[in-house]
Design a binder for this molecule. Structure first.
Ligand SMILES: Cc1cc2nc3c(=O)[nH]c(=O)nc-3n(C[C@H](O)[C@H](O)[C@H](O)COP(=O)(O)OP(=O)(O)OC[C@H]3O[C@@H](n4cnc5c(N)ncnc54)[C@H](O)[C@@H]3O)c2cc1C
Length: 245
């Protein structure tokens, strides 16, 4: 059984794109029909593209939907000078097929059975694995305290805004969004970059021993993790996922 599961993770499979929807000016939500077996919230898949001359490129994408949901969703941010992401956002359409393998990763994972409190900290598209964790928290009926601090450039750049607003209404869930570039009149969330002062104010304190997950561009993740450890969070409970850049 274990051998079969590992084999499935390592084997490239063809997935059908069932939906391809622009969520923000720079991010698209891509739903895939594929038989991956159960995945864990926080895991990712690898996507492989093959050009007509045989050239191949592969990149990792976090799974943004819960294992309880029917489709496997990705949230892909378009990097203008990128090799793979502009294809996934601009060229791919519902009905197309792409190659992927997974689910991958066992470290950057939260399941209801692990309990709380849980502090999630996202920069930009780094919110993707946390969308899976939030959906799973709801689907599993978890009463663990789950708190998300999410940094986006502007209000339009907030990924899955409606779902986040709905999660914010649920008991035990806190959604705290900070805008780094521009905030509209009447914005009730935070303004400014996630720095040590904001972390000290917004994050579940180290004395409550939260499990902490930090995800986003490399510089964001490293700066946040360093500040958290300086604020007394044990390095072993601060789990990080670096998207690159
Ligand atoms: C475990 C894991 C999970 C990931 N999950 C997601 C996800 O859910 N959604 C998502 O959009 N991406 C995710 N990424 C990043 C993704 O794998 C690609 O790196 C990203 O899409 C860029 O690929 P590209 O081919 O378009 O750009 P590349 O051709 O690889 O890079 C183009 C330029 O952009 C820079 N760059 C690369 N990545 C980033 C970045 N994240 N931010 C800023 N600059 C960058 C590079 O240094 C380079 O200068 C994840 C990465 C990892 C390792």
């Amino acid at each position: 059984m274990v051998g079969a599961a590992i084999q499935r993770r390592l084997t490239w499979q063809v997935a059908q794109v069932s939906a391809h929807v622009r969520d923000t000016p720079r991010c698209w939500r891509i739903s895939l029909d594929v038989e991956l077996g159960a995945w864990l919230p926080g895991q990712h898949i690898d996507v492989r593209l093959t050009a007509s001359d045989g050239y191949q490129a592969q990149r990792s994408y976090s799974i943004a939907s819960a294992p309880e949901e029917r489709t496997l969703d990705l949230v892909v941010e378009r990097l203008d000078d990128g090799e793979v992401s502009p294809y996934l956002t601009d060229e791919l359409r519902a009905g197309d097929a792409i190659e992927l393998r997974g689910p991958i990763g066992g470290y950057f994972v939260w399941q209801a059975g692990l309990g709380g409190p849980v502090q999630l900290i996202a920069g930009g598209s780094g919110v993707a694995p946390f969308l899976a964790m939030l959906e799973h928290h709801q689907a599993a009926g978890s009463d663990a305290r789950l708190s998300l601090l999410y940094s986006a450039r502007a209000e339009d750049d907030i990924i899955a805004r409606e779902r986040l607003d709905e999660h914010a209404q649920r008991a035990g869930v806190e959604i705290d969004i900070t805008l780094t570039r521009e905030a509209p009149d009447g914005w009730k969330g935070r303004i400014g970059r996630v720095d040590a002062a904001m972390l000290a104010e917004a994050v579940i304190p180290a004395s409550e021993q939260p499990q902490v997950f930090v995800c986003g561009p490399t510089a964001f993740v490293e700066g946040v993790a360093e500040a958290l450890v300086a604020q007394g969070h044990a390095p072993a409970v601060v789990k990080t996922e670096r998207f690159g850049g």
